[in-house]
Design a protein around this ligand. Structure first.
Ligand SMILES: NS(=O)(=O)c1ccc(B(O)O)cc1
Ligand SMILES: [Zn+2]
Length: 251
């Protein structure tokens, strides 16, 4: 007699906390115990910009707790490692998280790891409370001068594997003043998709101009020795919510 597989067996599979998701704002649960985000940022920790082939990272010195994220939904101190973006082949899509069915043209991910409990980013990524990622939606608007300082360096990292020094970046100026957020437990949105992320998606989007966003699509996923292929898009489709609840920091 073969095993019978019921519907709930599908939910018992081990990939039920995947990201990104569609956030239905009216279904989000206001949690009065959620604290405001505490973002301590030291501009001297920015080190370099790197073309990874599927995106570019701005990377930080994470050998000590100089730029850290704490409070919010978190129970530990998380150390800043890198930030990167996801975008689409046109301004019509590109974000990973979707809000009430609305896709945004791009999304910023600021990646932190739990340096209070774990010795390294790699170790932290193996645990459900290992990482915290602040997701910031981008909307088409005025040219963003703080993004422009990044965009000016994209020509230095045009091909896969290229990197360029990138210091004294003022990440704090990139964030909106309003830090209200939605939070839920999820995963990395690229390989290896580990379910190790406390997602903190800001409720306020930041502007980018269409011309600035076009510059992202000029990056190449090929090395300088290969036929040039642009990174036209790098966003993952939304995943099933399963048994998760999204909480909101604002009523
Ligand atoms: N897109 S994401 O923020 O979920 C993310 C962050 C880090 C890594 B990783 O360092 O492998 C992968 C995906
Ligand atoms: Zn990302």
């Amino acid at each position: 007699m073969g095993a019978t597989v019921s519907q709930d067996d599908n939910d018992s599979d081990c990939h039920t906390h995947q990201s990104p998701i569609n956030i239905w704002t009216k279904m989000a649960l206001y949690d009065p115990f959620l604290k405001p985000l505490k973002i301590q940022y030291d501009p001297t920790t920015s080190r370099k910009i790197v073309n990874l082939g599927h995106c570019f990272n701005v990377e930080f010195d994470d050998t000590s707790d100089m730029s850290v994220l704490s409070d919010g939904p978190l129970n530990s101190r998380y150390r800043l490692r890198q930030f990167h973006f996801h975008w689409g082949s046109s301004d019509k899509d590109g974000s990973e998280h979707v809000i009430d069915g609305n896709v945004y043209p791009a999304e910023l991910h600021i990646v932190y790891w739990n340096s209070q409990k774990y010795e390294s980013f790699e170790e932290a990524a193996k645990h459900p409370d290992g990482l915290a990622v602040i997701g910031v939606l981008l909307k088409i608007g005025e040219a963003n001068p703080v993004l422009q300082t990044i965009i000016e360096h994209l020509d230095d990292v045009k091909t896969k594997g290229k990197e360029h020094s990138f210091t004294k970046y003022n990440l704090a100026r990139l964030l909106p003043n309003d830090l209200d957020y939605w939070t839920y437990h999820g995963s990395l949105t690229t390989e290896p998709y580990f379910e190790c992320v406390t997602w903190i998606v800001l409720q306020r989007a930041i502007p980018i101009s269409s011309a600035q966003l076009t510059r992202f699509r000029g990056l190449l996923c090929t090395s300088e020795y290969e036929k040039p292929v642009p990174i036209m898009e790098n966003h993952r489709p939304v995943q099933l919510l399963h048994d998760r609840v999204v909480r909101s920091s604002r009523l």
